[in-house]
Design a protein around this ligand. Sequence first.
Ligand code: GAL
Length: 383
Amino acid sequence: MDRLYNIWLLFFLLPLLCACSGAKGQHEQYAAFHPGALWLDNESVHINAHGGGILYHEGVYYWFGEHKIAGRGGNSAQVGVQVYSSDDLYNWTNRGVALAVVETEGHDIERGSVIERPKVVYNAQTGKFVMWFHLELKGRGYEAARSAVAVADEVTGPYTFVESLRPNAGIWPENLDTAFRNTDVDVAAYEWWTPRWEKAITEGLLVRRDFEGGQMARDMTVFVDDDGKAYHVYSSEENLTLHIAELSDDYLSHTGRYIRIFPGGHNEAPALFKHAGRYYLIASGCTGWDPNAARSAVANSIWGPWEMLGNPAQGEGADLTFESQSTYVLPVAGKEGAFIFMGDRWRPRNPIDGRYVWLPIVFEEGQPVIRWHDSWDLTVFDK
Ligand code: GAL
């Protein structure tokens, strides 16, 4: 009997056990990026970190992004912000939920609110990790237009919610002409997108409308400069105009210094990076989940003036940014001038299936250029 059992174990049970563990165990390690393909984590599950950003800390990359679930409802936050870690950028380990939604009814980040585009930065002065994200309150569509901040002692969290707000309440942008610094406006008197409206937008119509309560802040990123100063860049004024706002030394609030850039330019999904002493911005147009043509801009100072550079994407598919929308530009550690464009290919009907489009940025005549690759690896930066 014993013998029979051993044989059974050897020929039947063992292979079965191996096959099963293989199915949910390790897939092969990646040695390249495959833009738009399923991207499996260490547990062979498609990475769930949409609208994300990356923090490089003590030799490890941490990818924070929106956790999405399957089905139409999957765009609202059911879980929170997910974090993965990697030391090669190809292979990612699921490190769990960094910021969890709250069950308390009426809480700003209660389950069912909208938590988008989380970006985490490390504050060397306080030793804390600070997460900013776009927040919409549960059941109120996109009308809240707030940004929110959370903080943690450990990079992977847990992050503690601090507050949500519309930035810079009661403060005028530095580059708004003093002639327009008054709240004496009647927005309803303007027909949407007539030449009159366009002029009024340029002259700060919506900044003036929102002066007291604070400025709308939806799609966003955070950028830390070489001197440790951090900036919050967000789509404001009904997504018509980008704002660049300085954060306090602890990165937890705004100092009140801010500018508007490209008034009426319809720029969303901002990603900011610095190369050879110049500041670059990549953004998208405003077509919701549908992709559109990216745009880029450059400035010698973060405070401007900012100059438009056009669509950084080139080649077939460039008109829709290879079916993606920017979320972050990642400087590759230890490789001078090496930057990765990170975009989302949204799947609003089944958000958990959203794909990631990561492509190398090259600089041609001082302009960032992004071209499609079916697959590529970091050696492209050595050429
Ligand atoms: C996009 C935006 C996304 C999300 C979406 C909702 O334009 O970039 O982050 O807010 O709209 O429709």
